[in-house]
Design a protein around this ligand. Structure first.
Ligand code: SF4
Length: 350
């Protein structure tokens, strides 16, 4: 393969390539970017600080409304306890994500970040998706840039790529009509990158998108990365349908095959030629496919997932600890290493 893939070539590969050959091409591309064959992972914890959400995405089984019996917003002390448990196992990062809670304005987030930074200075805060940031800006009557700068000043290190789903307004209108549109998702990340804050990018596939929309999604991300260089990694996972409204609305939606996952992962490695890191989504695919993903372009196993509440609410319940991850990486002939949020190696296991 010569030069950069264009959209037409990518579509052709997605629809017609032999999976084995596609995997080989992706693996070769990965080795060009990671010739030392190091596969990384991070020891972190998801903290879902609130499940109250006013966005009501049809594909989501996690959210509740404010008056629901099991609605919650965690008190700072509970968050602190979770961080202490994470520190006890050598964790370095918290992935902070929640619903879009209309009661929480910028001041609550500033106070929370200050409190964590003061009490747990060694912990890196990777948190608040573009959807949350856009909503904080709206209810606090601030620009995206102002919100990001204020949160950064209080200790927010980077933002996760959640909420991208498929960056197509046709798809978004169908599966999550109240969620920020494609332009806003990209704008939040652009503004973050401009103030020196890095982020990650994601894709959730397997709802109502078509192949062209998947390629458009990759293209939006590659273009923004060309412009800013601010994405650290790309992660894709398949829609988990249990307990979701979308499954009822669209009973024809089928569980996505491992074949489809690996095909999209390999294509992402080839198309997103300016993304150094691609994560394997073993949380939705299981450890076997999660491991195989390393042969289809992934160079990172993501998090050991001390706690996960969002995809598990929709049926995915795979678990893995650090020792299992190390074994799995070694058995594939690669070198395991623990990393931090910035993808710097902290500890080698080879
Ligand atoms: S995916 Fe996020 S924004 Fe959508 S309903 Fe669930 S918690 Fe709310």
């Amino acid at each position: 393969m010569k030069g950069r893939l264009n959209k037409k070539e990518a579509l052709n590969l997605l629809q017609n390539a032999n999976l084995y050959e596609l995997g080989e091409m992706a693996y070769e591309k990965k080795l060009q970017m990671h010739p030392e064959k190091i596969t990384t992972f991070v020891v972190d914890r998801n903290i879902n600080y609130t499940n109250v959400c006013c966005i009501d995405c049809d594909f989501c089984a996690f959210y509740r409304h404010g008056k629901d019996k099991d609605a919650y917003t965690l008190p700072f002390e509970s968050i602190g306890k979770k961080i202490e448990e994470l520190e006890a196992i050598g964790g370095t990062q918290i992935l902070f994500q929640g619903g879009v809670n209309p009661k929480l304005k910028i001041e609550w987030y500033e106070e929370l970040l200050s409190w964590i930074s003061h009490n747990y200075p060694k912990i890196t805060i990777h948190g608040f998706s573009a959807v949350e940031i856009a909503y904080i800006a709206k209810i606090s009557k601030l620009s995206l840039k102002e919100v990001l700068q204020r949160l950064q000043a209080k200790g927010l290190f980077s933002i996760p790529g959640a909420g991208a789903e498929i960056l197509s307004d046709r798809v978004r209108d169908e599966i999550a009509p109240n969620k920020c549109d494609t332009k806003t998702w990209l704008e939040v990340h652009r503004e973050a990158h401009k103030i020196g804050m890095k982020s990650t990018a994601t894709m959730m596939f397997g709802t109502v998108e078509n192949d062209e929309e998947i390629i458009d999604h990759f293209d939006h991300l590659r273009n923004l990365q060309d412009e800013t260089g601010g994405f650290r990694a790309f992660i894709l996972w398949s829609f988990q349908s249990a307990n979701t409204k979308l499954k009822i609305k669209h009973p024809e939606i089928k569980k996505q095959s491992s074949n489809r996952y690996l095909r999209l992962l390999a294509l992402a490695r080839l198309y997103l030629d300016n993304f150094k890191n691609l994560q394997s989504s073993w949380v939705t695919q299981g450890s076997l496919i999660g491991q195989l993903a390393l042969k289809f372009g992934a160079n990172d196993l993501g998090s050991t997932m001390m706690e996960e509440n969002v995809v598990s609410a929709a049926g995915a319940s795979y678990k893995m600890n650090q020792d299992e991850m190390i074994r799995l990486i070694l058995s594939l002939g690669e070198r395991p290493a623990k990393r931090n949020t910035a993808y710097e190696i902290l500890e080698k296991f080879y």
